[in-house]
Write a protein that binds this ligand. Structure first.
Ligand code: GDP
Length: 297
């Protein structure tokens, strides 16, 4: 099977944007993620058990969808990039408006710019008496980052993650940015994606969270990720519900991998389990040989 086959333009359909939230510690990343997750459960799925799987998808009232990588902090983003995985379409950088642009804010900006991923700034904690968004705009312009309201290209939104203020407007801006990116994927082929996290669960075996980026992953599919293969025994969405397939931009928990791959590993569904196992074994062997070589030096 050709893993990198080109898709015909007519086979591509719109997919949800994949968003990572970054920013300085305590500026409100977790609060923002929690609020969005709590208030945007897909209609009819309310009450579904929410569990941490490293990523989740939400649907707004009008049906438009956004997928969030639930890994605040820059390490996950950087670790994935180091493995060549470009998963994020849009970065939201949270800056507490009662504080300042901080070292980790700069770091987040640098990472997003290096990856060529568009940034939206969320000026948070606007409910606080000391909040001053203009001061933050000023500091950003000092770094050559000109916000839209001052004639620049960067969208911003003043919010309060704690009070849930203007989060709807922030999500609108995410979807506007996504429209400009014209994000598309072919859902009608074998799944291709990236490993978000993997762990050994006592009762269930290896549990791997996959972000499907193209194609559709189905129960029963032979799979390959990093040095491991397997067959999909069960799929669970980020609301803890059993599903039988997952299309582009959907994060899923997969049961059935024979070993735990690493976050950032590429993921493929193949025609045959034998083929998947052969490729996995070759990679494992290659890794061992490289390991031996580096030990000798
Ligand atoms: P993180 O480290 O960036 O994930 O920040 P957290 O989400 O954990 O928030 C750090 C602290 O700021 C917590 O005590 C939050 O309750 C508080 N916080 C977050 N957002 C807001 C906000 O919009 N307004 C106020 N007043 N406090 C906030």
């Amino acid at each position: 099977a050709n893993l990198d086959e080109e898709d015909a333009p007519e086979s591509l359909i719109a997919r949800a944007p994949i968003v990572t939230i970054m920013g300085h510690v305590d500026h409100g990343k977790t609060s923002l993620l929690d609020f969005i997750r709590k208030t945007n459960v897909i209609a009819g799925e309310a009450g579904g058990i929410t569990q941490h799987i490293g990523a989740y998808d939400v649907a707004l009232e009008d049906g438009r969808k956004i997928t969030f990588l639930d890994t605040p902090g820059h390490e996950a983003f950087t670790a994935m990039r180091a493995r060549g995985a470009q998963v994020t379409d849009i970065v939201i950088i949270v800056i507490a408006a009662d504080d300042s642009v901080m070292p980790q804010t700069r770091e987040a900006i640098n990472h997003a710019q290096a990856a060529g991923v568009p940034i939206i700034f969320a000026f948070n904690k606007m409910d606080r008496p000391g909040a001053n968004a203009d001061k933050i705009r000023e500091q950003l312009s000092g770094m050559n980052i000109l916000v839209e309201e001052w004639g620049g290209k960067y969208q911003t939104q003043e919010i309060s993650a704690k009070q849930g203020m203007n989060i709807d407007l922030l999500l609108e801006k995410v979807l506007l940015e996504a429209e400009l990116l014209e994000l598309k994927a072919n859902p009608n082929k074998r799944a291709v994606g990236t490993v978000i996290e993997a762990a050994l669960d006592k009762g269930r075996g290896i549990v791997t969270t996959i972000l499907v980026q193209a194609g559709t992953l189905k129960v029963g599919d032979p799979i390959l990720a990093g040095c491991y293969s397997g067959r999909v025994k069960a799929l669970t969405n980020s609301r803890g519900q059993r599903i039988d397939k997952a299309g582009p931009s959907i994060p899923v928990q997969v049961l059935g991998m024979q070993g735990a791959p690493t976050a950032g590993d590429k993921f493929n569904s193949l025609e045959s389990e034998v083929e998947a196992r052969e490729i996995a074994n070759k990679r494992l062997q290659l890794q061992r040989e490289q390991g031996l070589r580096t030990q000798k030096h």
